[in-house]
Design a protein around this ligand. Sequence first.
Ligand code: PLP
Length: 417
Amino acid sequence: MVLDYIKRVDPEVAGLIDAELKRQQTTIELIASENFTSRAVMDACGSVLTNKYAEGKPYKRFYNGCDNIDKTEELAQKRAKKLFNMAHANVQPHSGAQANMAVFMAVLKPGDNVLGMDLSNGGHLSHGSPVNFSGLYFNVKSYGVDENGSLDYDDVLKKAKEHKPKLIICGASNYSKIIDFKRFRQIADEVGAYLLADIAHIAGLIAGGVHPSPAGFAHFVTTTTHKTLRGPRGGIIMCDEEFAQTIDKAVFPGMQGGPLEHIIAGKAVALLEASQPEFKVYAQNIVKNAKALAQGLLDNGMEIVGGMTENHLMTLDLRNTGKTGKDMANVLECVGITANKNTVPNDPRSPFVTSGIRLGAAAATTRGFDEFAMREVAFIISEAIKNSENKEVLEKLREKSLALCKKFPLYETMKEG
Ligand SMILES: *Cc1c(COP(=O)(O)O)cnc(C)c1O
């Protein structure tokens, strides 16, 4: 079986991987940044490509023996450019945060002004949080969302005029509305800033045609490959031809050593998958399912930041329940639903406690959940929160979620043990 080799060499690790497979199969995954990648992607990532050093770019390497590696990486680049309609792609960043770091390195000097979305309003750590390199080495000001959970573009413009950033970052880790990339570009042009669109969360929606693309508007586009795009864990940077050299240099030798060519092969496979007609249907289903989940929660008396979602995710606002995100995420885990605590805008509680829970539909949609199933998930969540002290109710809800997992099996041919 899959784990035969590991089992022979290291039964301890094999046992843990087995247990994790079982956990993924028997729980409902609602963490908005997670997904289930295909067996094909996993095979690429577990291949002999892990053995190869390939510092440099395709056909311009510092090591010999890179023929096959070159062709693989070139395929990944071509597919990324085509899928996202961008002139240049660097598929080497080990992660989304590193993709952002490379853009900072390419266009900024330490101390330069940057405008990004505030972390507690839905932005990402790498968009200027004071505990991240981006906030430590650059002079960052941030914008947030209004009381309806929507971006206030006039406020972004006002802050841009005040702060005069060299780089404006748009894109979020927790924002449930469509992002207006055109508007962001107008703002960037008005103050002479570069625009970075970080599409980590919505890359799969853009690839599937259910969210507008930043192509033609952003100077730089960064993404993760493992969220809605459903590939291996990693990052990609895309840009216009004029920035190609600077970006490539920032990634290597600027920031990284040898690229992870096995993961790049996995990215190539995922990008091919994301260009198929089935993926469009998948992306449409993600949004339908997210809306069904949101509607179900609203119908059960729950509150959602900004109301109805327009993409794959939403944040439950628990302030009216008096309960915390931390406690309720644990209660959801008891009933077989995995989600993460998250701050709501102007959260009175700390990021370690929070008043919200972020929910996403991408992973459940991959295993085949439909709108009817998502309604049931909404019921389980609402009942679990209302009855968080009632063990008997929670046990019954756990059975319901397990039944859903059985109805929509995951990695069926991958047996444990
Ligand atoms: C997830 C995410 C990242 C970081 O990705 P990692 O691979 O975890 O480094 C960057 N930006 C945004 C908007 C994200 O949501």
